[in-house]
Design a protein around this ligand. Structure first.
Ligand SMILES: Cc1ncc(C[n+]2csc(CCOP(=O)(O)OP(=O)(O)O)c2C)c(N)n1
Ligand code: SF4
Ligand SMILES: [Mg+2]
Length: 353
């Protein structure tokens, strides 16, 4: 009797490729070392997905961060991209420099609520005011996770720490501040709302200028208890979605999926658009005063509104355009084009001597 032939191994299914010819795995980075279940990891997953769906070229992305559990996450996505992990609260300055040195790169900045709203607040405000081209994500858990859970400046008044201390101060709202500083893409989401987060991320990555995405991202180790207002339980209960947000790249034809009567389309500068599907609130994200009013109301009612809170076109140009930079990245120009000739330097010296 002849032996039964060994079964042939099933042909491995080739991974799906995007228009850049890359699989989803090309957008991943190192394995995460964060606490299992940390909201920040859920955001990382959506950044990976957004990069894949937007067909990003990883070599054209710069990942920037400061210090914190959140800031560590740049290691966990886009492993083949450029990266600069700065000191605490200084990512905004790095983003400004990178944007001027090479305006062709997409900057993805990851910060924490401590990194942005405490030590880095001044830098953050000036970065927004200058309209640096960066997709700036605040992974907002209301605490300094990395240093074992002290209150950050976004902690709500009356919330408590794990061991009972009560926060007596009002929170800083990064979205309201960004709108005040002239930011034209301001959104808030929740790390557990993957669909909304993905669409807001894609919009922010495609925005030509400073785009702020504040994502409530529970710290399951230090801020997920009864007295916290940024725990999973509370975030789920208090989340009030302004609208459903759907990001539709302009080359995708599936626009018909949406009910025309309930749509509000925001066209982004590169031709892509965000489609807002209104639910129970007729919300117009182009109304700046209304956006600030809603944020203030939400703070009083201790709600967090999610969605595209403010989006405007036609404001100040992004930083490289304001500065009239040459088309080639400054970082790639030869010295002969960046250094004034000796004669010019001499005439300057003569003029001031
Ligand atoms: C100049 C400086 N001050 C203080 C610290 C200590 N420190 C490290 S991370 C951190 C806060 C991190 O909180 P957040 O930005 O909210 O990130 P999370 O860990 O919550 O994601 C602090 C105060 C530091 N590293 N550098
Ligand atoms: S300490 Fe908190 S923020 Fe840091 S990794 Fe753990 S759960 Fe996440
Ligand atoms: Mg934090």
């Amino acid at each position: 009797m002849s032996p039964t032939p060994a079964p042939k191994p099933a042909a491995e299914k080739a991974p799906a490729l995007n228009r850049a010819g890359l699989p989803l795995t090309a957008y991943r980075g190192l394995p995460s070392t964060l606490c299992s279940g940390c909201g920040h990891d859920a955001i990382t997953n959506m950044i990976v997905r957004a990069g894949f769906e937007l067909n990003l070229d990883p070599s054209q992305v710069a990942k920037l961060s400061g210090i914190g559990c959140s800031s560590k996450t740049t290691a966990y996505f886009l492993g083949q991209s450029h990266g600069f992990n700065g000191v605490h609260g200084r990512m905004a300055a790095i983003a400004t420099g990178v944007n001027l040195a090479n305006h062709t790169l997409l900057n993805i900045g990851i910060s924490g609520d401590g990194d942005t709203a405490s030590i880095g607040l001044g830098q953050f405000l000036h970065m927004v005011r200058r309209n640096v081209h960066v997709c700036y994500i605040v992974e907002n858990n209301g605490v300094y996770g990395l240093t074992k859970g002290q209150f950050s400046a976004t902690a709500d008044r009356g919330s408590t720490l794990k061991h009972g201390e009560v926060n007596e101060m009002d929170p800083i709202d990064t979205c309201a501040l960004a709108i005040e500083m002239g930011c034209e893409y301001v959104a808030r989401s929740f790390s557990g709302d993957q669909k909304q987060l993905l669409n807001l991320l894609k919009g922010a990555m495609r925005f030509d200028g400073a785009a702020l995405l504040d994502v409530v991202s529970p710290c399951i180790t230090f801020n997920n208890h009864e007295g916290s207002t940024k725990s999973y339980k509370i975030a789920k209960e208090r989340e009030e979605a302004l609208h459903d947000v759907t990001y539709v790249p302009h080359y995708e034809p599936f626009f018909a999926d949406y009910d025309p009567g309930e749509k509000h389309t925001v066209r982004l500068p590169d031709g892509d658009r965000i489609v807002l599907k209104k639910l129970d609130r007729d919300y117009d994200p182009t109304d700046r005063v209304r956006a600030l009013e809603l944020l203030s109301q939400a703070r009083d009612e201790r709600l967090f509104l999610t969605g595209l809170i403010y989006h405007r076109k036609g404001g100040p140009k992004s930083l490289p355009k304001q500065r009239n930079l040459v088309e080639e990245p400054l970082s790639m120009l030869p010295e002969s084009r960046t250094r004034p000739p000796r004669k010019v330097l001499e005439s300057i010296m003569d003029a001031i001597s």
